[in-house]
Design a protein around this ligand. Sequence first.
Ligand SMILES: *Cc1c(COP(=O)(O)O)cnc(C)c1O
Length: 231
Amino acid sequence: MSQIQNDLNAVQNRISEAARRSGRAPESVRLVAVSKTYPFDAVREAWGAGQKAFGESRVQEALAKIPLLPAGVEWHFIGHLQTNKIRKALPFFSLFHGVDNADTARQMDRIAAESGTFARVLLEVNVSGERSKYGFSPDALRAEFDSLLALPRLQIAGLMTIAPYADHPGEARPFFSGLRELRDDLQQRGGVLLPELSMGMSGDFEAAIAEGATIVRVGSAIFGERPRKEE
Ligand SMILES: *Cc1c(COP(=O)(O)O)cnc(C)c1O
């Protein structure tokens, strides 16, 4: 078994165990393998080992990999989406995790309408309030949520967050529970369902699952140390 197959299996087992510990069904947590910055060979290997959903954070890099795997593979856009890339990206991704401001949301709605399609999105929330992070503040999202719900071509499936870096994974839990509570609040006020909570990465996905994550985004625990730094 290759290193990637081995590490992918180990991550899947850890996901299942974390779900069971919280009394959740293992199938209630989906793994997006974050392949950004890794070469296509690594993606093909994970795909060969049964992985069906991949996450990329740059449009250009993703569009080079996407045509190389069969159409049944799911591609998730997990980064900050520049508005000038929306039109290019829209047809290729089944879910956009990083919709981090109302202007981007409105432009996605408009471009989806022009293209005769829909944009399926998660709204990114900056739960920790770190200045370096993208995302709606919880208060801004509460204030803008009704206007976002009214965008006819935007399908809001849930929320996404990135916890601050921590030495101990447990330290991330308050940010994950914060996202879940905000989701519950928005569901109630808006009278809508927001089933997806995208939270948890290599260093903290078990803590995220304990707080209700439905999607975890895991890169380096599967593919190894990242070959180059992100910008
Ligand atoms: C890179 C990235 C990940 C994966 O990070 P790892 O620590 O390698 O698991 C998850 N989510 C987002 C938004 C990312 O940019």
